[in-house]
Design a binder for this molecule. Structure first.
Ligand code: PMV
Length: 365
């Protein structure tokens, strides 16, 4: 049995503005998706016959990493609610990439990878089939797994499943964990990790080292249970700016607030982080992407929190509250009709475990 898991995410600052090049900040949450693999007579997911149309991310990864491999029984479980802006599909894709890579090993020749990812663009991140050379050394188990590779594979399959449009924010934070900042330029003072580009858009991806004081606060996530497609929300903001070009100033203001939020995070000044979150929400509300249900959860959480805002695309989905009193904040949100999850800020990234034999297919034999 090979098993891998990856965290979900929520956006602390900069949703929507990131589409216009401003920085966005996301953190990994405690809720995770895990993917287990076992040899099987036929392809199965959770005991049922595998239906590629129901699992487009898994199917896309199977095509890249397991094309001629033997059938597997795949077990998926987790506590990230789907389609709520918490990164469930990216977490699933990262965990599935890690599990498949662990299960197939990696060919090594002359101390270097003989196959694997190479490019900064998810379009050709893993362009196999590689020319398999019998006898080359195969690295097995968790050593064959690479975080950056899982991040780029997850980005690639998210883009495939979403018709070619996906930023690398979810895939990066679900793979690396912690706190990730995406921007259209390299941000001074942050730890730049890589560039990504897709369909003519480029992003610079950074990680942020968070100080100890971020461990004394919690995020309470309140889910409205309303599903508003991200594409619709993004299109709404685009048409607003097209009709009223001066409103790009609000987008730029969100960028300024995000940068202030990043500084406060790095300093560990959680009061200022909360203040920046609430200001970010006011800008998002002015843009018209909140909704009455989000507003009522946000009002309920505000008195016991350092900061409150919607997170992700808006129009439904989730809000977050930064709080030192997670129980009180969670109860207030539930009383107002939301379903809650509690998380620390910046959870661990992907992990891989296996019991017994890790190699379920050696394509190099
Ligand atoms: O809720 P999510 O994870 O789909 O967040 C969407 C974030 C947006 O900025 C609204 C869109 C995007 O592509 O960045």
């Amino acid at each position: 049995m090979v098993q891998a898991s990856a965290p979900g995410k929520c956006i602390l600052f900069g949703e929507h503005a990131v589409v216009y090049g401003q920085p966005a900040v996301a953190v990994a949450i405690d809720q995770r998706m895990s993917v287990g693999l076992e040899p099987s007579d036929v392809w199965r997911i959770d005991g049922m016959r595998f239906d590629p149309s129901r699992h487009p991310h898994v199917e896309a990864l199977k095509q890249r990493l397991w094309k001629d491999g033997p059938p597997l029984a795949i077990k998926i479980h987790g506590d990230i609610p789907p389609a709520s802006g918490l990164g469930s599909s990216a977490a699933l894709s990262v965990a599935a990439s890690a599990a498949l890579r662990c299960a197939r090993g990696r060919q090594i020749k002359d101390d270097d990878w003989a196959e694997g990812w190479t490019a900064a663009s998810p379009e050709d991140a893993y362009s196999g089939p590689w020319e398999l050379k019998k006898g080359d050394f195969v690295e097995v188990g968790a050593k064959a797994v690479d975080v950056d590779e899982c991040a780029i594979l997850a980005h690639a399959v998210e883009a495939t499943a979403q018709g070619g449009r996906a930023s690398p924010l979810d895939s990066s934070v679900c793979a690396h964990g912690g706190c990730i900042v995406l921007s259209d330029k390299i941000e001074n003072d942050l730890n730049w990790i890589y560039s990504r580009s897709l369909n003519g858009v480029s992003w610079e991806v950074h990680s942020v080292e968070l100080p100890k004081s971020t461990e004394d606060v919690w995020l309470v996530i309140g889910n409205t249970g309303i599903h508003a497609p991200t594409s619709q929300q993004v299109a709404y903001v685009a048409s607003l700016i097209e009709e009223h070009p001066d409103r790009i100033r609000e987008i730029e203001t969100i960028g300024i607030i995000s940068r202030r939020g990043i500084t406060a995070l790095v300093e560990g000044n959680m009061e200022n982080v909360g203040r920046a979150m609430s200001e970010n929400h006011l800008m998002l509300r002015n843009l018209g992407i909140s909704c009455p249900e989000l507003e009522s959860l946000i009002s309920a959480a505000a008195p016991s929190s350092l900061g409150v805002k919607l997170t992700g695309a808006g129009g439904g989905g989730c809000m977050i509250a930064l709080t030192r009193n997670p129980k009180e904040t969670s109860e207030a949100i539930e009383l107002a009709g939301g379903r809650t999850l509690i998380s620390r800020i910046a959870a661990q990234g992907m992990t891989v475990d296996f019991e017994g034999e890790s190699t379920l297919w050696n394509p190099f034999e």
